[in-house]
Design a protein around this ligand. Structure first.
Ligand code: ATP
Ligand code: MG
Length: 220
């Protein structure tokens, strides 16, 4: 099986897909046989839409399959909640087996979760279990804004309970530049000072994809 890297968020809407797409395109450009996959997506339309995470990721990695999230729910809530509301159970074991099949055919598979790390996929399991069951490495994505130090450290701590520490953290500059607070640009250093050995890169840095590619290579 090829390597699997889970892109885990500190929250929803902080840039996991943006980071995943940029990273997939960068790796592809560097000659890596990469796949980029969304495990499960909620808030989808009935028909596949070009704005869906799973579609954006597939396009970035230039893959034919999968061309969308492995499971899609209409209701824009956590997967376990959507599964209950729509009465369509989320069979995590089946989905994990699909991820393994995809990873078998690729050198590297980037796997985006849904929401933050502990958002429930079922009432018993979250992306943390997916990481453990797949033996995946993890890249954490957080927003470069006030509050991110706490959210990122909590995410790293949760990961350390069941798996290896993350390869690193991408602190993402969300596009709402008008609303940037005084912590913007300070959070990376603060995180490094708070957690010895934690690798952190800011997405505003021109070569951040290269830095993350270096983390991936260093661990292989
Ligand atoms: N660094 C960035 N530069 C420009 N736009 C960005 C950046 N990061 C995120 N965005 C935009 O912000 C929005 C939210 O980002 P994104 O969809 O990647 O978040 P997410 O964590 O994947 O959300 P979800 O939990 O819904 O999967 C998107 O419209 C995305 O294109
Ligand atoms: Mg996303």
């Amino acid at each position: 099986m090829g390597r699997i890297i889970v892109i885990a968020g500190t929250d929803t809407g902080i840039g996991k897909t943006w980071v995943g797409c940029r990273l997939a395109a960068h790796l592809k450009q560097a000659g890596v046989d990469v796949r980029a996959v969304k495990l499960a997506e909620s808030g989808t339309q009935v028909d596949l839409s070009g704005g869906e995470d799973g579609v954006l990721l597939a396009r970035a990695a230039e893959q034919i399959r999968p061309n969308a999230a492995l499971r899609r729910y209409r209701t824009p809530v956590a997967v376990a909640v959507a599964a209950d509301l729509e009465d369509v159970p989320f069979d995590l074991d089946a989905v994990i087996s699909e991820v393994r099949d995809i990873a078998d055919d690729a050198e590297l598979t980037l796997l985006e979760g849904a929401g933050g790390l502990l958002a429930p996929l079922t009432w018993k399991r979250s992306l943390l279990d997916v990481v453990r069951l797949l033996g995946a490495d993890v890249i954490v994505v957080g927003a470069d804004r006030l509050g991110t130090i706490n959210h990122t450290l909590l995410t790293v701590m949760a990961l350390s309970l069941t798996s290896a520490p993350p390869l690193g953290v991408v602190l993402n500059a969300l596009p709402d530049a008008d609303h940037r607070d005084a912590s913007f640009g300070q959070n990376a250093k603060a995180l490094r000072q708070s957690a010895a050995g934690l690798q952190v890169v800011e997405s505003r840095s021109a070569e951040w994809e290269e830095v993350v590619a270096g983390w991936i290579t260093a661990e292989s």
